[in-house]
Design a protein. Structure first.
Length: 372
């Protein structure tokens, strides 16, 4: 409704009640209506100066014109003849909201407890029996594949066959530990072939989509995890795996701590709004310092400058892995891949930065100190 629908201004006429409703006519010499009737005029709503919804300002000005004058600023037709305009009563100041403290966005107590428990299992299996740690990797791979394929089916209707992926993924990790890179590649090829054949037992609709997702899952989870088993084959394998794990955790911790405290510039707002450039700088700084210390004191024949390069590479790969996982979750429309780990989400939510970092650390350690 606009201004013209309300009729002419008050000076040109008035609204006189009749048995058929109000009729507009010429204004008489004196008042033709009682003040009590005028007091029954419905007050107009208060129109804010700035729209709260962030819409187009021209539209809001139009809405203000349609709504009429603000409440308390009476028009002549709504005020007894000769009466002075009433001044609006001052509105009390709205209470200001109390400043909110920054929130970590998750249950830190549960996250720390789960992290310590996982760390204890990893360290115990890593330095007591190497084969036990290979089993830990295989279990993590199978659970991660289950989470990924379940979310794909729930959110996208993609049925990547879990059985050949789980069997082939565990075999891939074991083959990498026993036979080296050649064994890992052969196991990867056989797993992809098994996915293609397994899916043939179902109708052909969506065959290409399902097998493509299955091959992607085989590469993304078990094949990348196999590089952790490859690190373990060296004489100082436990130390190499420890360096890999510590650097990834330190990188994530540095990004989280610095970004949470000082982060103002978004790194990739369309992918992961919580990540900032300041957080990335924190990840780089923390990882480079930790890398220099670890290469100098943990890895035989390692040098501090090699640790600086290693830490820089880990910070980059861990951040890219985290962003890649965020892309997948945004495409699926979910926040976490699972709920198995309180305070963390699912297994895949913890493997996101570890998986792409594993081949990077394996390759640089081979280049720096050899494969033995």
């Amino acid at each position: 409704m606009n201004d013209s629908s309300w009729g002419a201004p008050p000076q040109a006429g008035y609204w006189a009640p009749t048995d058929r409703g109000p009729v507009q006519g010429h204004a008489p010499a004196g008042p033709t209506y009682d003040a009590p009737e005028a007091q029954q005029t419905r007050p107009m709503p208060i129109v804010p100066d700035v729209p709260a919804h962030g819409g187009n300002q021209d539209d809001d000005r139009g809405a203000a014109r349609q709504a009429g004058p603000p409440f308390g600023d009476e028009t002549p037709s709504a005020r007894p003849h000769g009466a002075a305009p009433q001044k609006p009563e001052p509105m009390p100041d709205a209470p200001q909201p109390a400043p909110q403290k920054k929130s970590a966005g998750r249950d830190l107590g549960a996250a720390i407890g789960v992290g310590v428990a996982l760390g204890a299992v990893i360290v115990a299996s890593l330095f007591i029996v190497k084969a036990a740690f290979v089993g830990v990797i295989a279990v993590a791979v199978v659970v991660g594949l289950w989470e990924l394929t379940s979310r794909l089916q729930e959110r996208k209707g993609i049925k990547a066959p879990l059985v050949p992926l789980a069997v082939g993924g565990a075999a891939m990790v074991v083959a990498g530990y026993v036979r080296g890179p050649e064994g890992a590649w052969v196991a990867m090829a056989l797993t992809a072939l098994a996915v293609l054949v397994w899916r043939m037992t179902e109708p052909p609709e969506n065959y290409l989509k399902d097998v493509t997702a299955g091959v992607f899952a085989a590469f993304y989870v078990p094949f990348l995890a196999t590089f952790v088993a490859l690190m373990l084959t060296a004489d100082d394998g436990p130390q190499r795996v420890l360096v890999f794990l510590v650097l990834t955790v330190v990188s994530d911790t540095g990004a989280y701590a610095v970004g949470w405290r000082f982060g103002t510039h978004k790194l990739a707002p369309r992918i992961s709004p919580g990540k900032t450039r300041e957080g990335l700088l924190g990840a780089i700084a923390f990882a480079m310092v930790a890398g220099a210390l670890l290469m100098e004191f943990v890895i035989d024949d390692g040098a501090w400058w090699q640790g600086l390069l290693l830490g820089l590479a880990v910070a980059a790969s861990a951040t890219l892995g985290d962003l890649g996982e965020s892309m997948i979750k945004r495409d699926l429309g979910i926040k976490d891949m699972g709920t198995l780990l309180p305070g963390h989400g699912g297994i895949m939510d913890r493997l996101d930065s570890l998986l792409p970092t594993a081949p990077v650390v394996w390759l640089l350690l081979v280049l720096f100190v050899g494969s033995g």
